[in-house]
Design a protein around this ligand. Structure first.
Ligand SMILES: Cc1ncc(COP(=O)(O)O)c(C=O)c1O
Length: 383
């Protein structure tokens, strides 16, 4: 891993690659090196790089109107909200635009606590929901980096897929259960269908709200519009970010009309959320997913990865859609380094033996073939 430039805070360990541009599923270093990007900027580059329709839409909006606040109605914002609500599962018909995944979760949790008047949240072991006060409070293991003197509400963590523990944890004091349908940072851990159904049942029984954190799983990544569709579970609140703007920073909280009616003026707000450039990006990402049939493509390339990439250092797979974990016998970090020497970028996760793939949704089977070949060629002695 490399160190950052002198004026950047030393927060992120860097992979040995400096990119200046990108095209399709490739990153370019300006000196002739082209790297196949199977990590997609943490799942953000949903349409890959320099997608002509996304570039054109952002450029066109930049010419027309670069910013206006939420006190002035915008045609492009109305369109983005309508398109996103149409894309989302019923009954999530209301949208509140924000800027990042953590901010979306912060607001979803606030809505749940305010609307139920309760003070406890049930979260999953190994979850990651962001680094702000409430989002980090429901992130597993955040005590080691939390930094605030106390969490804003009580949190109970439940072991993953343990239906009995979930049922025992959710009670009349629970405001919300928050789940990533497939845990990303934890290492592409996909919850069982019975567990997801039990989460909905526990919330119905106790009057708690079900929040799906789809910051990583949403907007087509699992081969369905959202993880809610993949699991056929209807949440009360859903958060989306990452791929939503295809690289333009933006996020959203989706909720039922009933919850939205409860919020009232002034309870939520954001200066930049729902800005015109973000909305132009959201409209285009959703349009391209539909017009280019990307959900079917995600299902197909995902199946191809699972069929063909268990080879070389890889002993199995986990996850769903294009949030795939490759279980590695050697440490995933050493497989990442070896693949990068072959000009393929992948990612690690909190599980030291899971290599995480979050490629652009436009990935093709020929790119999967290249990964499979590279894995085959990895020499166990160099790992
Ligand atoms: C599931 C999930 N929720 C929330 C976040 C936080 O998003 P952001 O970094 O945009 O605040 C992440 C980031 O990795 C995530 O994977």
């Amino acid at each position: 891993m490399n160190r950052p430039a002198a004026n950047l805070s030393e927060v992120y360990p860097l992979v040995p690659l400096k990119s200046v541009s990108g095209r399709g599923v490739y990153l370019e270093d300006g000196r002739g090196r082209r790297v196949l990007d199977l990590y997609g900027g943490h799942a953000v580059a949903a349409l890959g790089y320099a997608h002509p329709r996304l570039t054109e839409a952002i450029g066109r909006q930049a010419q027309a109107l670069q910013f206006q606040s939420n006190i002035v109605a915008l045609k492009i914002r109305d369109e983005a909200a309508e398109r996103l609500a149409d894309f989302a599962p019923e009954p999530l018909s209301r949208v509140f635009f924000v800027n990042s995944g953590a901010e979306a979760n912060e607001n979803a949790l606030r809505i749940a606590l305010r609307s139920t008047g309760r003070n406890k949240v049930v979260a999953m072991e190994h979850a990651f929901h962001g680094r702000t006060a409430a989002a980090a409070a429901v992130s597993w293991g955040s005590q080691s980096w939390y930094g605030f003197p106390r969490t804003p509400f009580d949190v109970t963590f439940v072991p993953r897929n343990d239906v009995d523990a979930l049922q025992a944890a959710v009670g009349s004091d629970t405001a919300a259960v928050i789940i990533e349908p497939v845990q990303g940072v934890a290492g592409a851990f996909d919850f069982s269908r019975p567990f997801m159904a039990a989460a909905r049942e526990c919330c119905d029984r106790s009057g708690a709200l079900l929040i799906l954190d789809e910051v990583q799983t949403g907007v087509g990544r699992l081969g369905e519009p959202f993880g809610a569709d993949y699991y056929d579970v209807r949440p009360d609140l859903l958060t989306a970010a990452k791929g939503l703007g295809g690289g333009f920073p933006c996020a959203a909280v989706l909720m039922t009309a009933e919850l939205a009616a409860d919020i009232g003026f002034g309870a939520l707000g954001s200066t930049f959320g729902g800005g015109p450039l973000a909305c132009a990006a959201i409209n285009t990402v959703l349009e391209v997913i539909e017009s280019d049939n990307l959900l079917a493509r995600v299902r197909e390339t995902s199946a191809r990865i699972i069929e063909t990439c268990v080879r070389g250092p890889v002993t199995g797979t986990c996850g769903a859609g294009l949030l795939v974990g490759l279980r590695t016998d050697p440490r995933a970090a050493s497989v990442l380094e070896a693949l990068l020497r072959k000009d393929i970028l992948t990612g690690t996760s909190a599980d030291p033996h899971v290599l995480r793939l979050l490629p652009p949704l436009i990935l093709e089977t020929r790119h999967v073939k290249r990964l499979a070949r590279a894995l085959e060629e990895l020499d166990s002695e160099t790992l």
